[in-house]
Design a protein around this ligand. Structure first.
Ligand code: RFL
Ligand code: PHB
Length: 396
């Protein structure tokens, strides 16, 4: 087998890269170790930045997103027993976020790829990368009981935080930046109509909580919990009790309850590797960087990476120009570090830290009050939350 670009991983990064390359007339094969059913059912992110939506729509994969996505022009911050509305669109020239599940984006991109008749190989196990520091790289894997070799010009490592691509780069060639937070999120998906219009980020003495949604019938909720939390200690009644305690105030607003469809624990960490390229291998998305989910940036960063990579590959094949490929890592990392900062800031602002001193608690409260009261501080939150335009990091 031979292709121009071998893409490892059919998450948002790998699938969107395949889609953008196809539109640029570049051949790619997407290799995924899980089943189609598994990747289409994986519940993860829900908030798409304005630029992410614009790119998906412009690429022809945004039709259902435009019909079903829930456009939001604000978020609520809840602290000190009161809700404070943060306007996202006013200070950002009308930009907004769209709530649309990551698995829906994945479904749309899979449907587009299959409709194009483009290669997408699920259930490929034992994926290994070869020759990334030479001119003839390749990927080997097992599928349907046979071992296969895919020869290519470039490899895109889009296989997430636990994939194999990053590990194919010699450790001596990578610098790792990491921070692990002393808490996790317990998330549920509930069959209950969202009781509020906007997302609610709550800083509460019992810990952080987040109210979000997926559709007019489905609510998505998270609770700060211990990093080693045992889910069996959290029957649904305890989860609802805790959510009521952290998200409701004295103003009469009530959270709607409903059957819990899914339950899980998400660790919180920041992690970046530099550079995001080694020879013919380019890392994109979670394979190269992780943010804690508080800023809702992970999937949006994955999208920004593959847009940059697709444009660089188009310049290579279309114009025999390699300057964009050479600049890939530096271009992506400018945006990555802005998102790392914002995600760390949102996380630090809203969570209870186990070793939090009264002094730190007062500083946190002062910052929350500043964001809620100052148009300048709120505008900074809004600008980062809706996402800076692609051009802001590309020198265009
Ligand atoms: P993915 O989605 O992990 O996809 C990687 C794919 O690679 C496959 N794979 C392999 N394939 C072949 N061979 C191997 N050896 C392989 N190893 C792995 C995997 O099966 C998978 O299909 O990475 P990608 O594409 O980089 O996308 C990144 C996003 O998934 C991630 O950043 C977001 O989900 C993070 N995130 C959020 N991001 C946002 O932008 N907005 C949000 O609101 C948001 N909320 C969240 C989140 C992540 C969460 N969790 C569960 C971590 C909320 C949560 C709770
Ligand atoms: C979600 O809806 O899953 C979600 C929303 C906002 C976040 C993280 C996750 O910051």
């Amino acid at each position: 087998m031979r292709t121009q670009v071998a893409i490892i991983g059919a998450g948002p990064a790998g699938l969107l890269l395949g889609h953008l390359l196809r539109r640029a007339g570049i051949d790619a094969v997407v290799i995924e170790d899980r089943s189609r059913q598994h990747v289409e059912a994986r519940i993860r992110a829900g908030v798409l930045e304005q630029s992410t939506v614009d790119l998906l729509v412009a690429s022809g994969a945004g039709e259902r997103l435009q019909r079903q996505g829930l456009r939001h022009h604000g978020i609520d911050l809840l602290f000190g027993g009161r809700r404070h509305h943060i306007d996202l669109s006013g200070p950002t020239g009308g930009r907004a976020i769209t709530v649309y599940g990551q698995h829906e984006v994945v479904r749309d991109l899979i449907a587009a790829r299959l409709a194009d008749g483009a290669p997408l190989l699920f259930e490929a196990s034992g994926v290994a990368l070869h020759g990334i520091d030479g001119n003839a790289p390749g990927v080997t894997f097992e599928r349907g009981g046979r071992r296969h070799t895919l020869h290519c010009d470039f490899i895109a490592g889009c296989d997430g935080f636990r994939g194999v691509s990053r590990g194919a780069i010699p450790a001596s060639a990578l610098q790792v930046f990491e921070r692990t937070y002393p808490f996790a999120w317990l998330g549920i998906l509930a069959e209950a109509a969202p009781a509020a219009q906007e997302l609610i980020y709550a800083s509460h003495a019992r810990g952080f909580a987040l109210f979000s949604m997926r559709s007019p019938q489905i609510t998505r909720l998270y609770l700060q919990c211990r990093p080693d939390e045992d889910l069996t200690l959290w029957p649904d009644t305890r989860i609802w009790q805790e959510l009521h305690a952290r998200l409701e105030t004295g103003d009469g607003w009530r959270l709607n309850e409903g059957p819990v469809l899914q339950k899980g624990i998400t660790p919180m960490r920041s992690h970046v590797v530099e550079p995001m390229q080694y020879g013919r291998l380019f890392l994109a998305g979670d394979a190269a960087h992780i943010v804690p989910p508080t800023g809702a940036k992970g999937m949006n960063l994955a999208v920004a990476d593959v847009r940059t990579l697709a444009r660089a590959l188009a310049a290579h094949y279309g114009e025999c120009r390699d300057d964009l490929l050479a600049a890939y890592s530096a271009t992506c990392l400018r945006r990555v570090w802005r998102a790392e900062y914002f995600s760390w800031w949102m996380t630090s602002l809203l969570h209870r830290f186990p070793d939090q001193t009264p002094f730190m608690a007062r500083l946190q409260r002062a910052e929350l009050e500043y964001v809620a009261a100052s148009p300048a501080a709120a505008a900074s939150l809004a600008e980062n939350y809706v996402g800076l335009p692609f051009a802001a990091f590309e020198g265009e």
